[in-house]
Write a protein that binds this ligand. Structure first.
Ligand SMILES: C[S@@+](CC[C@H](N)C(=O)[O-])C[C@H]1O[C@@H](n2cnc3c(N)ncnc32)[C@H](O)[C@@H]1O
Length: 227
């Protein structure tokens, strides 16, 4: 048994009905190999950044597409803390190993009418409305066509040809974007040097929030508005 599972087992005795503990235990039980990634997704920097986002989310987000949604942690925090602000969440990641982990993390909302559903998709192939395939729990696939009201991307620093992706988003959509200046990480191929540089990359018709969150090794930038 890994140290993480050991700690979670102990915590579960203390807090038997805690949804985050059961969510993590369930996911690590089904996907033990993703433990290092999940531990990273629950690091202090990741959680602070997600709570910062939730604190500034406007109301009436409608159908939310989380682009480059990884293991679905932001979605699970939004269900926990901001359920009144949105209708449904769809999570898309190019990595085919992410969707089943994200669906397991958000299982209660997958089971309940697909309030959450994760799928594999290169966000560069996203059209509006978006046609994509997803998998049911029995392994069969289904083609869907859905349109977002809100597009969230907290992984802008990871997106190659970011400008091409951003300019394809139709004007009038709500956009919620985070990036950072953490150039040292190899996968960070689209960092920004400043909030101003990030703003130049993400022009908006109306800005609802624009700010910085400081960490020891990097600064995270966030912009929320109407494209
Ligand atoms: C390490 S994660 C997320 C880190 C980020 N700070 C966050 O918390 O949201 C970055 C994700 O971007 C995904 N990604 C990168 N390029 C993508 C693309 N073109 N389409 C969809 N997902 C992409 C990767 O597969 C990965 O899961």
């Amino acid at each position: 048994m890994s140290n993480t599972v050991n700690i979670l087992n102990g915590l579960e005795l203390l807090y038997p009905d805690n949804s985050v503990i059961s969510q993590l235990k369930r996911t690590l039980h089904s996907y033990p190999k993703v433990e290092p990634g999940l531990v990273n997704a629950y690091s202090i920097g990741q959680i602070k950044s997600k709570l910062w986002l939730i604190d500034h989310l406007p109301d009436n987000l409608g159908m939310v597409f989380i682009c480059a949604g990884w293991y679905g942690t932001l979605a699970s925090f939004m269900f926990d803390k901001a359920r009144h602000k949105f209708d449904k969440i769809r999570s898309f990641d190019i990595d085919p190993s992410c969707y089943s982990v994200a669906d397991t993390m958000n299982k209660p909302w997958v089971i309940d009418g697909w309030q959450f559903k994760a799928s594999t998709l290169d966000i560069h192939s996203m059209k509006y409305p978006t046609e994509y395939s997803t998998y049911r729990s029995n392994g069969t696939s289904l083609s869907l066509s859905e349109s977002p009201d809100t597009i969230i991307n907290t992984s802008c620093e990871h997106i190659e040809n970011f400008d091409t992706w951003y300019f394809k988003i139709p004007n009038g959509k709500i956009v919620v974007l985070q990036s950072n200046n953490f150039f040292e990480v190899e996968e960070h191929i689209n960092c920004s040097n400043s909030l101003e540089e990030f703003a130049n990359q993400t022009p908006m018709e109306h800005v609802h929030y624009s700010g910085e969150l400081f960490f020891d090794k990097y600064t995270r930038y966030m912009r929320i508005g109407i494209k």
